[in-house]
Design a protein around this ligand. Sequence first.
Ligand SMILES: [Zn+2]
Length: 443
Amino acid sequence: MFRGLILILCFLLSLAQVNAFEIVLPKEKKSIVNTNYAFFVGQAKGSETLTINDEHIHIASNGAFAHSIKLKEGENRIFIRSPYGIQVYKIYKNTPVTQEFPAEEFDMRKAVVNCDNTPMRSTPVDAGLNRIGHLFKGTEVIINGSKGEFYRVFLAERKVGWIMKKDITFIDCNKAIPAEFIDMKTERFKNAAVQTIEFTKKLPYTIEEDEKEIILRIYNPELSENSIYNLSVPKPEKYIYKVTLDGAKYTFKVKKVPESLKEITVAIDAGHGGYEKGAIGCLGDEEKVINLKIAEKLAEILKAKGANVVMTRECDGFTSLDERVKIARDAEADIFVSIHLNSIGDIPMDIHKNRGTSVYYFNNNSKQLAEIVEDTTASHAKTRKDGVKAASFAVIRPTDYVGILVETAYMTNPLDSVLYRSEKFPQKAAEGIAKGIIEFVKK
Ligand SMILES: [Zn+2]
């Protein structure tokens, strides 16, 4: 009798494995959110019917499903009915009220920047595409206002920047002496142009680009006239650039990207790793695993074609964003490709529209590569083209390489999950990305 029961139990358990039902997202049955939509992602293998709040849900061939529900303010009860019973989720939508305050004005005060690579922004918002420069530690700035978490930096007449309050320390105005210009030099090499400019102390700067040139502007706001120094360098078709500082001597180097794959170093960055799993798919897959598979295949292909390759991670361990950038810079990478799979996150959109390959870039010098790679990856991996977008991701912000972040497919999309779970997907995606890089280099 007892043995019989165990047999029945084993039989039921094996059935449960074939007809798995699991809700991967949301993780909690009760939650408080401030998004307009809630997303339900999971698997319902073998289920013929699945409804969420009485709406019939389509189940993909591998059992994956995804659905978004528009939330109303306050409590939302969501009923999920399947042959396995009813599950109830309670999601409380709470939209915080944000109040806009005007900037506070005050008399000019002097301050120094606390750390290297401190972003200076065009608006007092700590996100997005509003960076106008990155300041070095010890740069003296003039502050004449504040708003929220930011101080306003006076650069020149009608030119200001915003810097986070935590990033500066005020100094005694009387002790500060205005900066003096010492020297300026231009050197041209076969594949690069180098300009240097030296002052008696560190000053804030911005970088701007127009059709033909890249312009480094250094501001000396304590001088009443001629307070902006412009160093402009003509833009090659494919270029990378950087600003370095030695004492108070700025070096602005603009380099042409080599046109032979054999002269190119590509940094391949498999997104996430270790405890940072990345996005979770409808069937519970972890993004970090697929990212690494694609990265390995891509490295193989590019090496075989003669490129020099460096990987930011080669196993399943945690690597910080700063480390990833450092590895690429130490190798003097010309191109940086970060590999990811997308997830809907909490973006309020129709989940089924979020499908396919998208490629992100931050600097103008990387847009062309992003466009080519979106095209070649989508056509090789048979994904839908989801667009080329500008976004501020730390690994693609440096200008000393051409940097893109490829979201090969959506982890949260059931149709994409059929694709990325197939054995040949990493190879196909890698072939697509490699083709894009090769096309870009030889263009
Ligand atoms: Zn990711």
